[in-house]
Ligand binder design. Structure first.
Ligand code: GLA
Length: 386
């Protein structure tokens, strides 16, 4: 990947010097959905698919971009960075440059070639990978002194303020801090995290990721609505629980108070409270090598996202049900923001081929859509390749 990008860079930007190459992975979230912006717990792993960027300073005040995937160029001036309404992919990089400026840095003009192999619109965080790769490239090219957590926050703000989705910190955190053969148990309030070994293979299982082929259309507006509903629930709950500042502070013992909220808010809050608990018990089970319990937590998570948080869709529900119907499968759920994208399933390795064949065939017969099945390795977070 590195050599190919360097070659492409020389062909496109002949007058620039030798580029640096950076890489940032996408992620798949194993447990803890829609909990990050509630100060809660998440359990994602970085995957071995991501975004690579080759870049060099160009002694100008412009950033010139070339996307290998789309075979298109874009260019913007650093003095006045505004969103592009035609080239949405470039907004992630525009947003990151502007965040550096807001943080007091002065990025110079750059030439950048981008290549990605994360399926897009699949809920595997290709956009976070793009932001994190851009943040690492900028820091390295300019030798800016900035720590990883600040970079993560700048990447997240690029998404929030520039692209306009009020997303939490999980995706950028996983893309930056991922670790080979581990998932990240992240406390989204303190940003403390533990690396938890992913023992699936040694127990004869794999996490299959199934792309529904439904692009996450509704996601931006519905996502922002969910975030607002969670805040509304907190506001009402503070009457009885004056110390809480986020749904993270509400425990399962408080569920009677949650259930007494207006029905919609009760459902939203119930999901977050129980999901935080599922992350804790799922990780405990995984650490004990108890994949059966871990799988059950996955399935419970899906039912909660489906019925209480209402961010699933018929295709994701179908994939989960088809997955659970296959021999030996220990659990399944949608992953990511929802309304399309991917599901995951804990599948016996020796049955993977049969699983893929049956699930994709039944799915196609019922929906006329083509589902794709991937098995990713847990990968290292963002890094410099040269
Ligand atoms: C998207 C957001 C994340 C997180 C998930 C849902 O991926 O970017 O911050 O909220 O949805 O868990």
């Amino acid at each position: 990947m590195k050599n190919k990008l360097q070659r492409e860079f020389r062909a496109k930007f002949a007058s620039s010097g030798e580029p640096l190459v950076v890489w940032a992975p996408g992620r798949v979230n194993l447990l803890g959905e829609h909990t990050d912006y509630n100060d809660g717990f998440v359990f994602p792993m970085a995957i071995d698919a991501g975004i690579a960027m080759a870049g060099a300073l160009n002694k100008s005040d412009r950033v010139n971009l070339y996307s290998l995937n789309y075979d298109v160029q874009d260019s913007f001036a650093l003095q006045d960075i505004v969103p592009s309404d035609k080239k949405n992919w470039s907004n992630y990089i525009r947003g990151v440059c502007r965040e550096f400026q807001s943080a007091g840095f002065e990025p110079q003009g750059m030439d950048i070639v981008i290549y990605g192999n994360v399926p897009q619109g699949a809920g595997l965080s290709s956009s976070a990978a793009l932001e994190v790769a851009a943040a690492v490239l900028l820091t390295t090219l300019h030798d800016f002194a900035v720590d990883s957590v600040s970079l993560i926050k700048m990447a997240q703000r690029a998404e929030n303020d520039f692209v306009g989705v009020a997303s939490g910190i999980m995706d950028q955190f996983a893309s930056m801090m991922g670790h080979k053969d581990h998932a990240l148990f992240l406390d989204c309030r303190s940003l403390d995290y533990d690396l938890v070994p992913t023992p699936f293979e040694q127990h004869g299982y794999a996490v299959a990721v199934i792309n529904s082929g439904v692009r996450r259309g509704l996601v931006d507006s519905a996502y922002n609505d969910r975030r607002q509903e969670c805040m509304d629930a907190v506001r009402l709950l503070t009457k009885d629980l004056p110390k809480i500042t986020a749904l993270r502070d509400v425990t399962v013992e408080d569920l009677p108070l949650v259930n007494a909220l207006p029905q919609l808010l009760a459902k939203r809050a119930r999901h977050v409270v129980t999901e935080n608990n599922r992350v804790l018990s799922g990780i405990e089970a995984l650490r004990a090598g108890d994949l059966v319990t871990f799988g059950q937590e996955l399935t419970k998570s899906h039912r909660s996202l489906q019925n209480d948080f209402e961010v699933s869709c018929p295709e994701l529900d179908l994939l989960v049900d088809l997955s659970l119907g296959q021999p030996g499968v220990l659990g399944a759920r949608m992953t990511g923001a929802g309304f399309g994208g991917c599901t995951i399933a804990l599948v016996p390795r020796e049955r993977l081929a049969e699983f893929e064949q049956r699930v994709t065939a039944d799915y196609a017969a019922k929906t006329n859509l083509t589902a794709e099945v991937y098995v990713f390795g847990a990968s290292h977070g963002a890094m410099l390749l040269s």
